[in-house]
Design a protein around this ligand. Structure first.
Ligand code: F3S
Length: 412
């Protein structure tokens, strides 16, 4: 592949060993996907900081990077950890050994000059790409959001390739960095009425498992769908499938109409979604049967300010059941704002926990002996059985809060 003079210098080691290794990874990746050249990225978002997923090897890798003098060249935010930096993990009784090692990984990324957002919604905390910008992000829910809602150019990167891009400021130009690869591949004709965030998540999960890595084009979804619904919608598609981008007609910048979304391609595949399919999707995400619930989680992906406000209002004048742990996962940016507005105090006054830097999937919460989790997140409901060994109840935000107050999930 073609490299500029500066990229060649990186490849030859003139910018140090970490940059050289990173450039070699990117060139190898580019060769595999037959990229003709590199593109400069505007930002990176690195994942793979989880001690739960990467263990001591991940810790050694991160600290070796610091010792080697690595520094990111692009503005780079970071995905969540398995524990928070405020010490809530200690009060919750999470294993100290896990927490100490996890925080060391976080520290290492700080030392290589990442903007440590420790959040999966970096676009809500200071890393907001613009239409057409090339970026290299590694959180699947964020990748699908930036491609589909903003129109940034991003591939579904792994932790290592996004880090390599962060260290060099480059990524190979292939797949979704090229306009011709961003066209729709399958039409999803939605006739069901989507009533809330849970229906967007359920629909996303249903479609994700059917389309795999194809780019779906959705017809029949309101173009004024709230931001949070769209975040949830993409996260679910990326969780059950490998969706990197979707089009919603009239909402995705590259899909003002169906003809533009598909380009010259004829529509070969089509799936119809009626209320039956939507109901089936809800059933697929609920794996728990016994009504008792010990953990309720909202904020996968991390909550926006508007969501923390909604939860605070739902909890007004109520108390979380004494045998239930209620998590509202969010970023530090949002929590700071939520504190100023009094939402955090309302949630915590009712017995809930507003967490930062972390999430249930990446934390060692199975060590606390929970069996069932109630959630409004299709992504969490999909992944928690394998990551935490929890069974899930899936439903609206209101239903989650009611379950947290009652200690039981009403199956309807
Ligand atoms: Fe974010 Fe953790 Fe869910 S990283 S998308 S809250 S699994």
């Amino acid at each position: 592949m073609y490299l500029t003079r500066q990229e060649e210098k990186m490849y030859d080691g003139e910018f140090g060993v970490p940059v050289q290794k990173a450039m070699k990874i990117l060139v190898a990746l580019g060769d595999v996907y037959e990229a003709e050249k590199m593109v400069r990225i505007r930002s990176a978002h690195v994942a793979g900081l989880s001690y739960k997923s990467h263990g001591d090897a991940g810790l050694k890798f991160a600290e070796d990077m610091v010792k080697a003098g690595a520094r990111v060249r692009a503005f780079t935010t970071t995905n969540p950890l398995g524990v928070d930096r405020e010490g809530m993990w200690e009060a919750l009784g999470l294993p100290r050994d896990f927490a100490t090692r996890q925080l060391r990984i976080g520290k290492a990324y700080e030392q290589i000059d990442c903007a440590c957002s420790f959040s999966c919604v970096p676009y809500l905390c200071g890393n907001l790409p613009r239409f057409g910008e090339h970026i290299s992000w590694a959180e699947s829910s964020a990748v699908v959001f930036t491609n589909s809602v903003i129109g940034a150019r991003d591939n579904r990167e792994g932790g290592l390739s996004a880090l390599a891009a962060a260290l060099t400021g480059r990524t190979p130009a292939y797949d979704l960095h090229l306009d011709e690869n961003r066209l729709g591949e399958i039409l999803i004709d939605v006739h069901a009425t989507l009533k809330g965030i849970q229906d967007f998540g359920a629909l996303g999960a249903y479609v994700g498992q059917l389309v795999g890595d194809k780019i779906p084009v959705f017809k029949g979804i309101p173009r004024n769908a709230p931001l949070e619904y769209l975040i949830e919608f993409g996260a679910a598609q990326a969780a059950t499938g490998s969706v990197r981008m979707y089009h919603i007609i009239g909402l995705t910048p590259e899909a003002p109409n169906i003809e533009t979304a598909f380009g010259e391609e004829t529509i070969k595949d089509k799936i119809e979604i009626n209320s039956t399919e939507l109901k089936r999707a809800h059933e697929m995400l609920t794996t728990a049967t016994d009504q008792k619930v010990e953990l309720v989680v909202i904020g996968c992906p991390h909550c926006s300010l508007r969501q923390t406000r909604e939860i605070a209002k739902l909890l007004s004048g109520k108390k979380v059941h004494k045998e239930v742990l209620l998590f509202v996962h969010t970023s530090k940016t949002t929590k700071t704002f939520a504190e100023q507005m009094g939402y955090t105090q309302m949630i915590e006054g009712a017995g809930g926990h507003v967490t930062t830097d972390m999430c249930t999937i990446l934390g060692p919460f199975e060590a606390l002996g929970f069996k069932r989790v109630g959630t409004n997140s299709a992504k969490l409901a999909t992944h928690t059985p394998s990551f935490n060994r929890f069974k899930a109840f899936f439903g609206s935000t209101r239903k989650c809060i009611e379950a947290a107050i009652r200690g039981t999930w009403i199956i309807s």
